[in-house]
Design a protein around this ligand. Sequence first.
Ligand code: ADP
Length: 612
Amino acid sequence: MAGRTNNRRYLLWLAVGTATMALAMASLLVFELAQKRAIERSSAIGSDSLTALTFQFEREFLRLRQVLSEAVAKGDASDMGALAMRNDIFQSRLTLLLESPSVAVLKSREEYRKGVLDLRPMVAELDQALGAKFINRRALADVLAELNRLGADVQALTQAANSEEARLLEQQADVMGQQNRLIVWLTLAQLALLMIASASLVVRQRRQEAERLALEQLTDELREAQFRAEAASRGKSQFLANMSHELRTPFNGLMGMLGLLKGTQITATQGEYIQTAQESAGHLLTLLNDVLDMSALETGKLALKPMAAHLPRLLAEVNALMSPLAKGKGLDFHMRLPDAPLPQVSVDETRLKQILFNLISNAIKFTAAGQVVLTLCQRMLDAHTLEVVFAVRDTGIGIEPQAQLRLFQRFYQVEGSATRRFGGTGLGLEISQSIAQLMHGAITVESVVGKGSTFTATLQLPMVAEAQVPAAAAAPAPPAPTSGATQGMRVLVVEDHPINQKLVGLLLARMDCQIDFCENGQLAVERVQQEVFHLILMDVNMPVMDGLTATRLIRALPGTVARTPIVVVTADVMNEARDHALLAGANDFISKPLNVEQLRGIVQRYAAAGMA
Ligand code: ADP
């Protein structure tokens, strides 16, 4: 602000200075022209000098008088010729005095009247006398007398001319002197202006340099601050990831134990308490997953794992999970699918389900009565890409236009914490939007307060040939619960945490497995060389030796033991965790908290393989 005012003031000064300088130069030019004219005038006077004219006039006057007096004395005709010549010369001098412009200054003077004008009758008389047939001595004598009488006046004329010219020259010198002084002053003023201008330029240059340096310093500081902030943010994300990992382990125990407790002999009230505890734990797990996803998104670690997928089956799973939620609130929930069959697409199923769960559970959460409808539309973008549009429409509370703009921001919730009626973290939509963007799509919202909202996820998914869809995915029937298959199966549980040991032990015991425990990877490697196991459940983070190293070492062992099925069990749900496990040589990967059904499925699958 101050800088701009300074700049304007500087420009004003520059404009005023330039204008003044231009004015000074114009004045200089005018004076120089005036001087040139004065010099021309004085040189004109010089070439046709006043004093020269009067002096020559006087000389011719005297010569004429001389010749005339001689002619009067002699009366000779030969003298008449000389006299006529002198008269002609004298008259031409007289004409000059009458007509020459340089005589103008003299014309007002008495001497001019007497010495020039009063001479004219005498000249006429002389002309007449010279023009007569005979020499008229008397007339000539009269003229001579007249000439003699006028002699003093002619002399006075010369003196007058002298003084007049002196005065003129003096006047000119005065004017020129004055002009010269003015020119000197103007030049000095111009010089001063130039000096002021250059000084101000220097000052300005210095100030700008100082400002530039200050700006550079500020930029450096900002860069430094940004760097620190980014480092802090990275640290925070890392901390979040670590924390959620750490939280998962005891959580695993908690969830598992609650599940087991529910299966024991309890009263109805105890059952209700357990139900509430399970619901709270489920909620907590969702929050934990959200925080983990967010930090993964921030650190760019959330990469999609697209696989050939069967959309109708995926939607059936979504329906199975969401329907009870809607029914619980007395809402009508249904799906509208296109008539044309849905082509196979390549997509990260877990993440797509996450988007749909989030949009539908929001719709159910913010709708008190009416319905929630998921509509699916499809459109071929080109031979390889299918645009899939999932629209979740509800008849709920709706969202104000102002709030719609901020919905996808982190932690944003339409109702502030003070007036909250609904739970939530304000993370769901941001995460869903980020995932949709990873799928070359976006989520948009249309809503009318009091009428309801429609959240639309538009995704671009690559199509795959039918045959590429894995059979297991296409026919998702879980392995048949043939408990006989798991009976007597020898399972080695490599796990350092006593609660987790206990939980897995209890779950496996239900499947009639024969269980052994090891507290770390090294013990497991030693153990498998002594005994035969049908399956190893391998934790990752353990003291002494981690699970991945142990897996690699077992795979490197000689003999059939190297082919023992190993399933890595970890609380780390990041994408790399699965990759690392498979790279180390594990057959499979399951994440904590352990899902009873999932564990049962896995154990049964390897039991079946073991028997074959
Ligand atoms: P959360 O639901 O955990 O608060 P979200 O990011 O999923 O976080 O949603 C952010 C906010 O957007 C919600 O708190 C709610 O105010 C608003 N919102 C989301 N979906 C709907 C909906 N279907 N109807 C009305 N408001 C919604």
